[in-house]
Design a protein around this ligand. Structure first.
Ligand SMILES: Nc1nc2c(ncn2[C@@H]2O[C@H](COP(=O)(O)OP(=O)(O)OP(=O)(O)O)[C@@H](O)[C@H]2O)c(=O)[nH]1
Ligand SMILES: [Zn+2]
Length: 443
């Protein structure tokens, strides 16, 4: 009995300590969700697609004291990194009320504004004014509203072994401008985090906003109840990765119809892009596109690579590796004929990238026409052309750049509708195009 008493006392003490620890960080009680008519809820007006930033209004998602009632967006800033911020706060490394000091952080280059920034339907998955909050919303910032940038623009030099190689082979020259005398690529970089205007996103996919809200609520483990309780809030910051734009040459040339534009839109493949895995064409295609972009800039045009964080066709790397295993273990070996089928067996679909939102960044950059599009993807092509941007030429990966084991992937893709300037494989080709089996890897 005495032991049970002590246990109860200890448990109560622990609970009290936990409560105190929480109160040190958060002075108010937990607010599980909010409602439009709730006392103190008074969102800053947000008019998506308005003709100026000031008329549009700032995106406010912060739950800090002075911002909570004025929030006009659901979710959290920082994309997937909001979880790390939560950890930093929980362990006491960051005060929940921290506000960034934006001095000296302004963009290195000016981009836009373009007409698409004020079109409520052309850009629905990012905040076109996300890099310019200090310029346009200083009044609200001064009032203590916690507004965060969702876009940042900087510049850098890139040094890549493959580019050194291309210079040595005479494929690319050092012009002292786009490619420095020591073989570095000069780039302007833009990082962008997702900001979704839910009615616009729903319309892009041809579904109801309510269906979209319900699916987002359910498949995030019920993480954002306001998706359901706040139909008046139209903007959602999802906890997913964003994108990076690499611009070779002068960014002002991108919207200029008298200048040529070479472009690749690339989806992340960490295993290949960074670690050189040879089962797909991702890294060689990316490197090829960087060379082509640099060359276009050297010839007076401009090159753009957009890098999306959509690992494994947005299925994630775990699913991707499960599929690799199934492909290599299946009876008859790893054939092009079964490539997509194996993915569908595991994931239920062969691709979750759904390129419909992808052209937003191109409209943000002011792209009107792409002279050379370095991609074979029919999904990317259709999304871009369907959004009103002209593509003049589509460029496949040169045969000699394909790694040996990637034949399976490339033939399966071509058979599935990807563009090729070469031959379309027959049914028989698909059965006989085989990847390396694991025994060969071991020897
Ligand atoms: N699930 C899965 N994803 C893969 C596999 N191989 C490559 N990927 C992913 O497929 C995507 C390839 O994207 P991109 O390099 O942009 O190429 P693409 O859309 O296929 O078309 P291109 O523009 O012609 O290269 C990346 O997200 C890769 O991580 C695979 O076997 N399984
Ligand atoms: Zn890949």
């Amino acid at each position: 009995m005495a032991n049970a008493d002590t246990d109860t006392k200890n448990a109560a003490k622990q609970e009290q300590e936990q409560e105190q620890e929480q109160q040190q960080l958060y002075t108010s009680r937990v607010v599980l969700t909010t409602y439009p008519s709730q006392l103190g809820i008074d969102p800053i007006p947000l008019s998506w697609g308005a003709s100026s930033a000031e008329e549009r209004g700032p995106v406010v998602v912060s739950r800090q004291k002075d911002s909570f009632g004025r929030r006009n967006a659901i979710g959290a800033g920082g994309g997937s990194y909001c979880i790390y911020r939560a950890l930093a706060v929980a362990i006491g490394a960051l005060t929940p009320s921290h506000r960034p000091d934006f001095r000296l952080t302004e963009p290195t280059h000016s981009i836009g504004p373009f007409p698409a920034w004020s079109d409520p339907e052309k850009i629905v998955s990012m905040d076109p004014w996300g890099h310019a909050i200090v310029d346009h919303f200083s009044e609200q910032l001064d009032q203590g509203i916690d507004i965060r940038p969702t876009i940042a623009i900087t510049q850098a030099h890139m040094k890549l072994a493959e580019i050194d190689d291309a210079i040595d082979k005479g494929i690319l020259r050092c012009d002292g401008d786009v490619v420095t005398k020591s073989g570095e690529l000069k780039v302007v970089k833009v990082a962008s985090e997702p900001v979704w205007h839910l009615p616009g996103v729903a319309k892009r996919f041809g579904i109801n906003e309510a269906t979209l809200r319900r699916a987002l609520f359910e498949d995030t483990g019920g993480m954002y109840p306001e998706l359901i309780t706040r139909p008046d809030l139209k903007v959602f910051l999802p906890p997913i990765g964003g994108l990076t734009v690499y611009i070779f040459g002068n960014p002002a040339h991108i919207p200029d119809p008298t200048k040529r534009l070479t472009m690749r839109v690339h989806d992340e493949c960490n295993g290949s892009d960074v670690f050189g895995s040879d089962i797909c064409t991702c890294k060689p295609y990316l490197i090829y596109s960087i060379e082509e972009c640099a060359r276009e800039a050297q010839n007076g045009g401009v090159g753009v690579v957009v890098y999306f964080r959509k690992e494994g066709r947005a299925l994630g790397e775990v699913t991707k590796y499960l599929v690799y295993n199934a492909r290599k273990r299946q009876e008859g070996g790893d054939t092009a004929a079964n490539y997509f089928k194996r993915t569908e067996f595991v994931a239920g679909v062969k691709d979750m990238r759904f390129q419909a939102l992808m052209p937003d960044i191109l409209h943000w950059l002011g792209v009107k026409r792409i002279d050379r599009f370095i991609s074979m993807s029919n999904m990317k092509y259709e999304a871009i052309v369907g959004s009103g941007i002209e593509i003049v030429e589509r460029v496949s990966i040169p045969e000699e750049r394909m790694p040996a084991d990637s034949k399976v992937e490339i033939e399966a893709k071509i058979a599935d509708g990807y563009f090729t300037s070469g031959e379309v494989p027959t049914e028989e080709d698909l059965k006989t195009t085989k990847g390396r089996n694991w025994d060969e890897i071991a020897h």
